[in-house]
Design a protein around this ligand. Structure first.
Ligand code: ZN
Length: 56
């Protein structure tokens, strides 16, 4: 079974090809981190990485 992981730098799901995080990825992230602060910090990092433009 393929993990619902992001394909960078396009940010779609490697397993189901939806925009990442797809519904399954969100569920897995919640299961992994719980709903606490760690998830928020991790997502902030991912978002920062995600909004970087290649030409800047
Ligand atoms: Zn997925």
């Amino acid at each position: 079974m393929q993990r619902h992981a992001p394909v960078k730098p396009l940010w779609f799901c490697a397993a189901c090809a939806y925009g990442w995080p797809c519904q399954q990825a969100r569920a897995e992230l919640l299961a992994e981190y719980g709903t606490g602060r760690l998830l928020g910090l991790d997502m902030a990092d991912l978002l920062t990485e995600g909004i970087k433009k290649p030409n800047q």
